[in-house]
Design a protein around this ligand. Structure first.
Ligand code: 5GP
Ligand code: ZN
Length: 114
């Protein structure tokens, strides 16, 4: 059994609330939301972080980005704006080492991020 939380969510051994799913991607509600809308979009296949992707992941990455856009649309975020962010490595705040994109919206988002 994998010790990756997000692989556990993909195989349903860890419960989550699905927002969107296709053959390659899964999107689910963040357990500890930082905004009124906070969804995580992941490739179903275990990829550690954006720093680990290869040329062969080109299509997968395109599909994950499209999934982020669809999730935002589904949540009604485009009208007021939203943010898609991925943390890479401990110093940037990555705590789960399975590639994920945070889709955040529903409130004013400040810049620069902390
Ligand atoms: P990171 O800090 O790696 O960029 O983001 C990890 C995110 O995963 C955090 O926002 C955290 O709240 C979320 N998270 C951690 N464990 C779980 C879990 O078991 N279920 C869900 N739905 N989200 C989780
Ligand atoms: Zn994983």
């Amino acid at each position: 059994m994998s010790d990756c939380i997000f692989c556990g969510i993909v195989d349903s051994s860890i419960p989550s609330t699905t927002v969107y799913e296709d053959d390659e991607c899964l999107a689910f509600e963040d357990l500890n939301p930082q905004a009124p809308v906070h969804v995580l979009v992941i490739p179903k296949r275990h990829v550690i972080a954006l720093s680990d992707v290869q040329e062969s992941d080109r299509n997968l990455l395109g599909q994950v980005m499209l999934a982020c856009s669809r999730v935002a649309q589904q949540k009604g975020l485009p009208e007021h704006g939203y943010r898609v962010v991925t943390n890479i490595g401990k110093e940037a705040g990555q705590t789960v080492f399975h590639l994920h994109f945070h889709v955040l919206g529903g409130r004013r988002l400040t810049w620069p991020p902390g």
